[in-house]
Design a protein around this ligand. Structure first.
Ligand code: THG
Length: 367
């Protein structure tokens, strides 16, 4: 692969100096910002994530901040998930859809106050949509991207490491809730969440100036825990069924096709843009859906384009993420499969760039 040429358009993060000192070997671009993809190797990073603790620069999970009397009304316009029972201090994984019910993003919504929210976005320009909706409906709300950069601490030793920097109370934070904890006189939002199934936290670092001080504090406090710089791991997130917007789904897909129907209460989500469209598709049910797919044979090559899924030579779906899993001793994949072939155990072929492979549709992910 050629290198990514750095420029001002590809934004650095408050942690980039630390990431580079740690020897990052690969970057991708996410929300026009650098996102590390590999340090030692994807396989070595995977092993270390599952056994120890890592600090991840996920500043590219940019925040869309909503502030003002109409903030609550505006978030509910963006998602078919019912937010009425959501209390301050909670985080919700929320599908965001357009007027056709197509997925625009799959962020984590953070309710800071009744009238102040962060939407922690995946890789699409959601800020523009949200600003457009707020302006078009003349809502009394400010919409912008604050200087907030998530830093994730993930892995089985995450609680131990976090307690050393923020105190034991951080261990009491429950899944998808947050508390405020002090670092160098600044109160930071810390949630128990993150883009892995290994457990851990996300620190919403408010103010770029404390980025490197916090990075260094975590690295120093965790040296005997073997803490390392890490990043969202391709193998681990496929095993866990964590979807990647732009890879596993696009605006051509409804939340139901993405398997995100469990995060939709479309009937109750009064005011949601795309509600009528979603009520129609929810009634009929999707005709294709995200599935875990096991691909037989040698480790698959990098999946950087759609791989057709076929049966008897006919296209019945596509694989959009795939990797070899050391722990499961097979190739793990995420794909979109038509209704005729989505039942668990269905045998299909996957057309990889290196030729066809036999594969099996599964009833669930690996972890
Ligand atoms: N954390 C934060 N922001 C993010 C991500 C994150 N923005 C970008 C991207 N990741 C958004 N996508 C996801 C996808 C999955 C999850 C979170 C964000 C996730 N899912 C869990 C699961 O599927 O098991 C839990 C969902 C639930 O039960 O509510 O965590 O990671 N801040």
């Amino acid at each position: 692969m050629p290198v990514i040429s750095p420029s001002r358009r590809v934004r650095r993060t408050p942690f980039s100096d630390g990431v580079e000192a740690a020897g990052v070997k690969g970057y991708t671009v996410y929300n026009r910002m650098l996102l590390p993809t590999v340090f030692e190797s994807v396989e070595a990073d995977y092993r270390h994530l599952k056994d120890h603790v890592q600090v991840w620069d996920v500043a590219c999970e940019r925040q869309v901040e909503l502030r003002g009397p109409d903030a609550g009304r505006l978030v509910q316009m963006l998602t078919p998930r019912d937010l009425r029972g959501m209390e301050t201090g909670r985080c919700f994984y929320v599908p965001i859809v357009d007027e056709t019910g197509g997925m625009l993003n799959d962020p984590v919504a953070v309710k800071l106050e009744e009238d102040r929210w962060w939407i922690s976005i995946a890789d699409s320009d959601l800020l523009l949509w949200v600003k457009g909706v707020a302006y078009g409906y003349r809502l009394d709300v400010l919409v912008d991207e604050p200087d907030v950069s998530p830093l994730a601490v993930q892995g089985p030793q995450a609680d131990a490491l976090m307690a050393r920097v923020f105190g034991d109370a951080v261990g009491k934070v429950k899944f998808f809730r947050f508390g405020r904890f002090d670092f160098q006189g600044r109160s930071l939002v810390i949630a128990r969440s993150g883009y892995s199934k290994q457990g851990g936290f996300e620190i919403y670092v408010e103010g770029s100036d404390i980025g490197m001080p916090l990075w260094n504090a975590l690295m120093e406090a965790g040296s005997d825990l073997q803490v390392r710089a890490g990043c969202p791991n391709l193998i681990e997130r496929i095993e866990g069924g964590l979807l990647s917007y732009g890879n596993d789904m696009t605006d051509d897909n409804t939340p139901h096709e993405c398997g995100l129907g469990r995060f939709c209460d479309t009937q109750a989500a009064i005011g949601c843009i795309g509600r009528d469209a979603l009520l129609r598709v929810a009634k009929e049910g999707p005709v294709q859906q995200v599935r875990a797919i096991e691909i037989t044979g040698d480790p698959v090559p990098r999946c950087d384009r759609v791989w057709p899924v076929t049966s008897k030579g006919e296209r019945v779906g596509q694989v959009t993420s795939a990797a070899h899993s050391p722990d499961f001793g097979t190739n793990v994949a995420i794909g979109m499969v038509r209704m005729t072939h989505w039942d668990a155990g269905t045998q299909v072929q996957v057309q990889t760039p290196e030729g066809p492979r036999d594969a099996t549709v599964r009833d669930g992910f690996w972890a």
